[in-house]
Design a binder for this molecule. Structure first.
Ligand SMILES: Nc1ncnc2c1ncn2[C@@H]1O[C@H](COP(=O)(O)OP(=O)(O)OP(=O)(O)O)[C@@H](O)[C@H]1O
Ligand SMILES: [Mg+2]
Length: 464
């Protein structure tokens, strides 16, 4: 038989304890009982109980104090108060201190069975929720934002400060740098963490839809609005609203958003009545908002409202020291997921990862590692698996190093020549800051030939 929860019965009447225990056992619960409040305290300290039946009136014991003690040990324990007829007020008082329900002596067997199953369902739900909360906490804790470089250390400082302040935050960074991760870390480390973080991406919804999503609508506001619908501002009330890709918002929505920020209230579509909301806004963009202001596509006043705290996440190429850490982090995650025992990277593979410019930033690195884990058959990730699609062989401006070789055995002449040419040209490009004309002049190779060679050698350069 499947084991159900563990129940503690605390009542000064031995006979009552026995009766309750036998009923609970028939319902497959594991039980412990005591008539002594001091013993009860010891048991609660020592063992984990799912449910506690507690008599509030026992000689030499303040029942409410014992209740508080139980809740301090584990706030998710379900406490059911046992009360005698005439002491119901005390039981009601106990519910204010976190008791779940009460039963009155003498009780109907069926009532008790119904109550115990309801309580057990509640306990399971609370455990599930606290498990989920722990998982979220773990996923969005600072520990999960990987990075030891100076820019990342500065970023951690800022995130911590932002988490502790109620200010609006603007996160700027290229695609894949971790804007959403940072937004969630701020929320889950802020005093609002027990409330929701609601994410909405302004780039994926067309204007009217976004407007009604954000601010809600009343019945009949537009064709298809059959009933009142709460907007995300209200859904996130007490919590955080993460507005992603903020630069994509239309002027009309920008105006409404500005109003919501200024007044702390929203007006649903089709309504005239403002509703108060208490929402912390975190906005993100991979666009240069100052530029957007100059171009007239983004309101300056909104920008100042949003950017009370501005967090810029540097692109990965500006923090190459973080690449090995991130690579190991993703390797561990995906190897575990795939059930593979992969210990690390060969030095050549790691060097290759560090020499690439990562235009897709951390997300691209994550994808590359995930594929490499999938492809790898040995216990170290090799250059072949990280560079399965050849993308890492392309020349990068920021960190133009030569492509490392897996082994340095004597190469056939043609291959050695190619290798030399490649390294020579990469070095030349590096010295010339990636400028093709200058490289052509310095190496004495005419421009069209230089382009041809670079192409043949799989060195890609952005034309400037
Ligand atoms: N410093 C980091 N440590 C660990 N994982 C990271 C880090 N930065 C980003 N990631 C991971 O990289 C992926 C992309 O991050 P995220 O979605 O937060 O980026 P983004 O900036 O919102 O991207 P986009 O602009 O494309 O929406 C996620 O899987 C995230 O967990
Ligand atoms: Mg994002």
């Amino acid at each position: 038989m499947a084991r159900k929860g563990k129940v503690l019965v605390v009542d000064d009447e031995q006979g009552f304890c026995e009766l309750l225990e036998s009923l609970l056992q028939k319902e497959e619960f594991q039980t412990v009982s005591t008539t002594d409040p001091i013993k009860a305290k010891e048991l609660i300290e020592r063992e984990d109980f799912d449910l506690v039946f507690l008599d509030l009136r026992m000689p030499g014991c303040d029942g409410l104090q014992l209740l508080r003690f139980i809740k301090e040990q584990d706030e998710n324990v379900i406490v059911i108060i046992i009360t005698a007829y005439g002491t119901i007020e005390a039981a009601v008082e106990a519910m204010k201190y976190g008791a779940y329900d009460f039963i009155t002596k003498p009780f109907q067997k069926n009532d008790l069975i119904r109550l115990i199953h309801k309580a057990w369902d509640k306990r399971k739900l609370l455990l599930e929720m606290s498990q989920l909360r722990a998982e979220i906490q773990e996923r969005y804790g600072f520990e999960n934002i990987i990075g030891k470089s100076k820019p990342m250390q500065d970023l951690f400082d800022l995130i911590r400060k932002a988490a502790n302040s109620p200010c609006t935050v603007l996160i700027q960074g290229e695609s894949g740098t971790g804007k959403e991760l940072v937004a969630k870390a701020i929320h889950y480390n802020s005093p609002r963490r027990h409330k929701k973080i609601v994410c909405v991406n302004a780039a994926t919804l067309q204007e009217t839809l976004l407007e009604s999503q954000l601010f809600g609508h009343v019945k009949g506001a537009f064709t298809g609005a059959y009933k009142d619908q709460k907007g995300l501002f209200e859904v996130a009330d007490g919590g955080t609203l993460f507005l992603d890709e903020i630069a994509e918002m239309s002027p009309k929505i920008q105006a409404k958003l500005l109003r919501a920020l200024q007044e702390q209230e929203i007006i649903p579509l089709g309504s005239n009545t403002p509703r108060k909301v208490d929402v912390r806004i975190i906005a993100a963009t991979n666009k240069d908002l100052r530029q957007a202001i100059k171009e007239g596509t983004f309101r300056e006043d909104l920008y100042y409202r949003l950017s009370v705290v501005t967090i810029r996440i540097p692109p990965l190429r500006e923090r190459v020291e973080d690449i090995p850490l991130l690579a190991m982090h993703f390797l561990k995650r995906y190897a575990k997921e795939a059930g593979k025992e992969i210990k690390g990277f060969t030095p050549a593979a790691m060097e290759l990862l560090c020499s690439y410019s990562w235009p897709g930033n951390v997300r691209e690195l994550e994808n590359v590692i995930q594929s490499a884990v999938f492809l790898e058959t040995s216990e170290m990730i090799t250059t072949k698996s990280v560079n399965y699609d050849g993308r890492l062989s392309s020349f990068s401006y920021q960190s133009p190093r030569t492509i490392p070789q897996e082994d340095e055995d004597l190469l056939p002449y043609a291959e050695a020549k190619r290798k030399f040419e490649r390294e020579y040209l990469l070095r030349a490009l590096e010295k010339c800051g990636g400028n093709i004309s200058l490289t052509a002049r310095k190496t004495g190779i005419i421009r069209p030939n230089l382009y041809k060679k670079l192409k043949k050698l799989n060195i890609s350069v952005k034309r400037n």
